[in-house]
Design a protein around this ligand. Structure first.
Ligand code: GAF
Length: 395
């Protein structure tokens, strides 16, 4: 799959600009195993990178221009100048992920006495778009990685993979205008092959959790479009902030279950339930990391089921079709393993963890039983826990 992306980006760079690549970089999409909407509450998340990625072919320029060709968007080209004000593109949405990341990277480098140089880039990817698998984070992180590689920058220059994730998140928050947390960019930048990453979204420290060889990660797209995700996502953030103010803490991370109940007097009922999701989800995520490390698929399945119920009833971010899909997947998997909605919600995908040997029968059961509200069958991907962003080995 990656070979195709390498060939497509090389062809695009040649046909758009008549140039051959100096190097290639990649950044993956992600699936979150558990820990939903906890990232912007300074809490815990447990995502892993997937075998689907954005690839960029890069070649240096001697001037201060950046030219970008998007192989997935009819070979559309965007050109901008590093010395001009980098403003949002009036029509090309994909170009704003590139422009935003370049602008935030330049702002990060300036106080370090470093500056960017011009480049020609060709981009292609295979992260399913609009499915909640972080195709945009993978694009942003890949763009940052492209310039990092081109300039030979590393940790000692003040551009660590965590910096790259923060730069990408800033691009999304301030340039694209989506108020996301840090999870998607951080896992794309820092994932380790064969591992999920338990991320503490306050300290940004990450603890790799080995996924036993015998455990598979299945992602099932419900084909429910993620329509409300923007407005409802922001509403959830506001509600969580209101709850943190009520408890007098910087973030809901600082509230435990005892305090949640003891001091809830005067808290709006809906806001209380939002807070309860975050507080219980944080605890479940830490427990799930321990269960995964111990290879305890039974406990993991229970925690995933509880997470889904909490997203459905307390945080109210699921959808009846997704609830049905999770139910079908849980029935098919049985006790060893589990299923839950993954990502921001209001549509998109569920994640299923299961023993490798069960893939064929669980897949068949889901395909037979589930149809979207429009009558479409689910789309199913089976992935390994992939490596994070970096130069592309073998390119
Ligand atoms: C989206 C956001 F981008 C993440 O930061 C996170 O909040 C997630 O929704 C929900 O867990 O993917």
């Amino acid at each position: 799959m990656t070979d195709t992306l390498i060939a497509r980006t090389a062809d695009a760079l040649q046909s758009a600009f008549g140039r051959a690549p100096d190097l290639w970089v990649q950044a993956p999409g992600r699936v979150n195993l558990i820990g939903e909407h906890t990232d912007y509450n300074d809490g815990f998340v447990l995502p892993c990178a997937i075998d689907y990625r954005t690839v960029i072919a890069v070649t240096a320029r001697s001037d201060r221009q950046v030219r970008v060709v998007a192989a997935d968007y009819g070979h559309a080209v965007d050109t901008f100048d590093l010395d001009g004000p980098i403003a949002p593109h009036p029509t090309l949405q994909w170009a704003n992920y590139v422009r935003g990341t370049v602008k935030m990277l330049a702002e990060h480098l300036a106080p370090l006495g470093l500056s960017l140089r011009g480049a020609d880039l060709a981009i292609a990817g295979n992260v399913p778009q609009g499915a909640g698998l972080s195709s945009s984070a993978s694009l942003e992180v890949a763009v940052g990685q492209a310039f990092k590689a081109l300039l030979g920058l590393g940790d000692r220059d003040g551009v660590s993979q965590t910096d790259l994730a923060l730069i990408a998140q800033r691009a999304e928050n301030r340039f694209v205008g989506v108020n996301c947390g840090i999870m998607d960019q951080l896992i794309s930048a820092r994932a380790e092959a064969g591992h999920a990453l338990l991320i503490d979204c306050r300290s940004l420290s990450g603890q790799p959790v080995h996924l036993p060889e015998s455990v598979a990660v299945m992602v099932v797209h419900s084909r429910v479009r993620r329509g409300l995700v923007g407005s409802e996502y922001n509403t959830r953030r506001t509600q969580c902030e209101a709850a943190a103010r009520h408890y007098g803490v910087p973030a809901l991370r600082d509230v435990d279950l005892a305090r949640l109940e003891r001091d809830r007097g005067g808290l709006d009922e809906v806001v209380y339930r939002r807070a309860r999701h975050i507080v219980t989800e944080n605890a479940r995520t830490v427990d799930a990391a321990a269960a995964l490390a111990a290879g305890d698929l039974v406990q993991l399945g229970e925690l995933m089921a509880a997470s889904h119920v909490s997203m459905r009833d307390d945080f109210e971010i699921t959808h009846p079709a997704i609830d049905r899909l999770v139910d079908i997947a849980q029935q098919a998997v049985g006790h060893e393993g589990g299923a839950r909605m993954t990502g921001g919600g209001f549509g998109g995908c569920i994640v299923v963890l299961l023993p490798d040997a069960r893939i064929p029968d669980v897949q068949a059961a889901i395909e037979a039983a589930y149809r979207s509200p429009e009558g479409e069958p689910p789309t199913i991907w089976v992935s390994h826990a992939a490596t994070g962003a970096g130069p592309l080995a073998g390119a």
